[in-house]
Design a protein around this ligand. Structure first.
Ligand code: SF4
Length: 913
């Protein structure tokens, strides 16, 4: 139990703390604020007797662990307003509660007290049912040592004698989904341009702005919704639209008409969560009534994005009432479970800051643990509900990864006799279509590694060590189904026995400790040696890789042993699946739908692993000694995070991943619109569209795509400036940091700093955080602040004068319209890294491939800057050796200047002020 002093301190008598470079700002209860040095700030923070917002973030900033329990105002918010979206900072809290937004660190520290006061008052005003629920949970959390409980119970009255899980069991009141009928097959009724135009006028009508480019864009998009003429030849439209054309409403016009006429089967897919959210907002033009919108437009994400109620219940039962933040996190998530409309833990309403106390992997279905119809929560399961809703919804908003995963699993797993992808009478809209190549690259890349083998072993044999997991192996899941079937029992035993050769829990420590067990771990140990021997710097901070050729005899022998073991596994997996399906046939009359669903789920899992996963691994191992396919690139890898080994294995990627994309996703569909602001590469003497077809897979289809392009309506000559700075020595980190500092000061914040290496980013952050702070500019940094990228971007977006540092890949997640983003600075030209995979692609796609990728990166980063007609933005590259041939990445009317740093700073200050 917590100490009494923790539980009984009155929050009103405590100071509030906001981190600042070199220490913190501390605000006393009377509202007076002062700077405190780092040592004092750390001591105060560790005491727990202080009001803060986001303890994990502050712990990272002060570089000290938090107290076992403290007064985090975000926790109070998550308790009082569960599932309400909020940027996790004092500013975010003030805004969402309608309080005056703080404009300085002093005001932020003062705001924490106001926020707490407001939230406590809201508890008193809540309806009786909510008060009862809050009282029960606050009572439970009080016993677990939550520091806000006394203040809450002072308002609500003490909780009566209650069960230890009182308030945690919010899963009990969730509504059940209904059994549904199979959805109608989508039709092929065409959409005319006139109809689409009329619909567009209706959609735009309320916002009032009619744009000719948008109408023309909508016309071009309509092609993808016509009737298909030949099987295997979908109607594909490649339509590029510069920022500001209004493409979302432009394609929603024909797409929504198609969905109305032809029934469910429209999938709008994005790459980033941000755009997924924005599309849902735009759909409000189509369905202004939120109830109707919720029914007609369903967001679908991968299973790992949803809370698994069974995992949550088991975590709560294991942990609840043990003192500490883990219990607090579970209690607050219990409040969210009762309020969330969809159970999406990656959505805006989930209190993601709790991830610091409770890994999300514990409460989601990330390792294929679902037991489907055997689960007591099956009828209220968020995932099952989302799947059912999406089946009948006219519009599904998904992401590229899910669309690709579904398409490949559909035809590999459902029917073992299938050797071609099933027809899909759907229409796809791939927004952010320039990312299809990368999404396909990840989606069609098998990996034979320690983590993957251990996952498969756990799926088959269940947890074997001391690991805390409710996961049950095949034995427990299927025992009752195999009791009367000797052949099935035999196949099950063979699966369990063969899985013993896979790497198991604790494989990494055995690999480092010199005691690998069985063929799987011996293979990993050999691969580990191989990569370290072939790497330039085996102690590198970053992921290491090594070619598969030439291969030492020991590794080759280990690969052959493992391949042999895997062959012994795949046959019984498939045999067991076939026997289970036979049971369904034989007992058609007696099986309840619950049992049928359970058998079908088990058979699908077995077929997927026995027909696709394991045979692909065998093929990869056998190819190590034989002919190498020109379609694939294989390599060994030690994956590292912050210098720590996290996985070891054999990678396989398609040299051109748009081949399976075209085969499995595009060709079986009837139509697809692929759209983006950056589809084409513009370079001299090259067909602009060839690059778009290469990057989207459209070039692999029998029928050529329709192409159209619409320029941005923005006036870049007036709205943008591009600088290539010639006199910063990039090898001198002090010079690079000074350049960032002065550029960020010239723009008075609102700047994004992009880096190609994490080390450079960290070194710059260390040097510029304090001087920027002295100038009133808050600096956030990826790889420094302990926040996920989405939360960092939310913080950056919320403050008009904040700055954000990130690696080059961050640019995709940054969507910040308006003044919050007015300057972007690259430390160097963002050339692709010369990895084994990249080298193979350079051979396949020609010598201009590096240029093409780099121009795309520049184009996408520049596109972040100007999002509206009133925006102004500057783009800087701190590398004199920027080749002129890359400058076609920028709009032709955007002024480009090569100059010294001082001149760039002066120009930026004048331009933005
Ligand atoms: S059905 Fe599966 S995902 Fe849903 S709650 Fe149960 S175990 Fe979790």
């Amino acid at each position: 139990m917590p100490t009494q002093s923790f539980a009984t301190r009155d929050w009103r008598s405590l100071p509030a703390l906001v981190p600042a470079p070199g220490g913190a700002v501390v605000c006393a209860p009377d509202g007076t604020c002062r700077r405190s040095e780092l040592a004092e700030a750390r001591a105060l923070f560790r005491s727990g007797d202080v009001l803060v917002a986001h303890a994990a973030f502050i712990s990272g900033r002060l570089k000290t662990p938090p107290a076992a329990a403290l007064f985090d105002v975000l926790e109070l918010f998550a308790f009082v307003r569960p599932a309400a979206p909020c940027v996790p900072s004092a500013l975010g809290l003030a805004r969402v509660l309608g309080l005056p937004p703080p404009r300085s660190q002093d005001e932020s520290a003062r705001a924490l007290r106001n926020v707490a006061q407001t939230l406590i008052a809201m508890i008193g005003d809540a309806p009786e049912a909510a008060r009862t629920n809050m009282r029960a949970l606050a009572g439970s959390l009080h016993r677990a040592g939550w520091r806000w409980s006394p203040a809450i119970l002072a308002v609500l009255g003490a909780a009566e004698q209650q069960s230890p899980l009182a308030g945690f069991e919010s899963w009990r009141s969730l509504p059940q989904w209904e059994d549904d009928q199979a959805p109608d097959k989508p039709g092929s009724a065409p959409i005319s341009s006139d109809e689409a135009r009329t619909r567009l006028n209706q959609l735009v009508g309320s916002s009032g702005e009619q744009r000719p480019e948008q109408a023309a864009y909508s016309d071009a998009a309509t092609y993808a919704f016509g009737a298909r003429d030949d099987a295997g030849a979908p109607r594909v439209a490649l339509v590029e639209a510069g920022t500001g054309v209004g493409k979302t409403l432009g394609y929603l016009a024909p797409a929504s008409l198609w969905a109305e006429k032809n029934g469910p089967g429209l999938w709008i897919s994005t790459y980033t969560r941000n755009l997924q959210r924005q599309i849902v907002q735009e759909i409000a033009h189509l369905y202004p009534d939120p109830v109707e919108r919720n029914e007609k437009a369903v967001v679908r994400k991968g299973r790992e994005n949803y809370l698994c109620l069974l995992n949550f219940e088991e975590a709560a039962k294991r942990t609840a009432l043990a003192p500490g933040q883990r219990s607090v996190a579970l209690g607050l998530i219990a409040r969210w479970v009762g309020a969330t409309p969809d159970g999406d833990v990656s959505g805006a309403g989930f209190p993601a800051f709790l991830g610091a106390s409770l890994p999300l992997s514990e409460i989601t279905d990330r390792r294929g643990e679902c037991v489907y119809a055997a689960c007591p929560h099956y009828r209220t399961c968020f995932i099952e509900r989302a799947i059912r809703r999406a089946r009948h919804a006219p519009i599904v908003v998904a992401n590229h990864a899910l669309v690709i995963a579904q398409a490949s699993q559909d035809w590999m797993a459902i029917d073992e006799t299938t050797d071609a992808p099933p027809e899909r009478r759907v229409r796809y809209v791939f927004d952010e279509g320039h990312h299809l190549f990368d999404a396909a690259d990840s989606g069609f890349a098998p990996l034979l590694s320690g983590v993957e083998m251990a996952d498969l072993r756990r799926w088959i044999r269940g947890p074997e060590g001391r690991a805390r997991s409710r996961m049950r192996g095949l034995q427990e899941r299927l025992r009752d189904l195999t009791l009367d079937d000797p052949k099935a029992s035999e196949a099950l035993d063979a699966c369990l026995s063969a899985a013993g050769m896979l790497a198991g829990e604790g494989w990494m420590s055995r690999l480092h400790g010199g005691g690998p067990r069985g063929p799987g771990e011996l293979f990993l140990a050999s691969a580990y040696q191989h990569v370290r021997a072939r790497s330039e710097d085996s102690e590198s901070f970053y992921t290491l890789e090594a070619d598969t050729q030439p291969l030492g005899g020991e590794l080759l022998a280990a690969a052959q042993d493992l391949a042999l073991g895997l062959k012994r596994l795949s046959a019984p997996l498939l045999a067991l699946a076939a026997l289970l399906r036979k049971q369904m046939d034989d007992k058609t009359e007696e099986l309840e739908s619950y049992s049928r669903a359970r058998i079908e789920a088990a058979a699908r899992g077995l077929v997927w692993r026995g027909r696709f996963v394991v045979p692909t691994w065998i093929q990869m191992l056998e190819n190590l000694a034989g002919e190498r396919s020109a379609d694939f690139v294989d390599w060994f890898e030690i994956a590292r995070e912050d210098g720590r080994d996290v996985d070891v294995g054999l990678e396989r990627h398609w040299v051109d991943p748009t081949i399976p994309l075209a085969r499995d996703v595009l060709a079986p569909a009837h139509g697809a619109l692929i759209t983006s602001a950056t589809l084409r590469d513009i370079s001299e003497g090259v067909d602009d569209w060839a690059s778009a077809e290469v990057r989207t897979g459209a070039g692999h289809l029998p029928q050529p795509p329709r192409r159209a392009s619409f320029g941005s309506p923005f006036r870049y000559a007036e709205q943008a400036r591009i600088f290539i700075v010639k006199d910063v020595n990039r090898r001198d980190i002090d010079q690079v940091a000074a350049a960032y500092r002065e550029l960020f000061l010239a723009s008075a914040g609102g700047a994004l700093g992009l880096f190609t290496a994490v080390r450079t980013l960290r070194a710059v952050e260390q040097r510029i955080a304090a001087p920027l702070n002295d100038a009133g500019v808050t600096l956030y940094a990826q790889h420094v602040d302990r926040l996920d990228t989405g939360a960092l971007v939310d913080l950056f977006r919320a403050e008009e004068n904040a700055c954000l540092l990130g690696t080059d890949a961050l640019r995709d997640g940054v969507d910040v319209p308006g003044r919050s983003l007015r300057l972007a600075v690259f430390d160097k030209v963002p050339w692709p890294k010369p990895t084994i995979l990249h080298k193979a692609r350079r051979v396949r796609f020609g010598k201009g491939y590096d240029d093409l990728l780099t121009r795309f990166r520049l184009k996408q980063a520049f596109g972040r800057l100007i999002r509206g007609a009133g925006d102004k933005g500057c783009f800087v590259i701190l590398e004199a050796a920027m080749p002129t041939r890359l400058l076609t990445a920028f709009p032709p009317d955007a002024p480009i200047k090569r100059c010294g740093l001082a001149e760039a700073i002066a120009d930026i200050r004048a331009f933005l002020s």
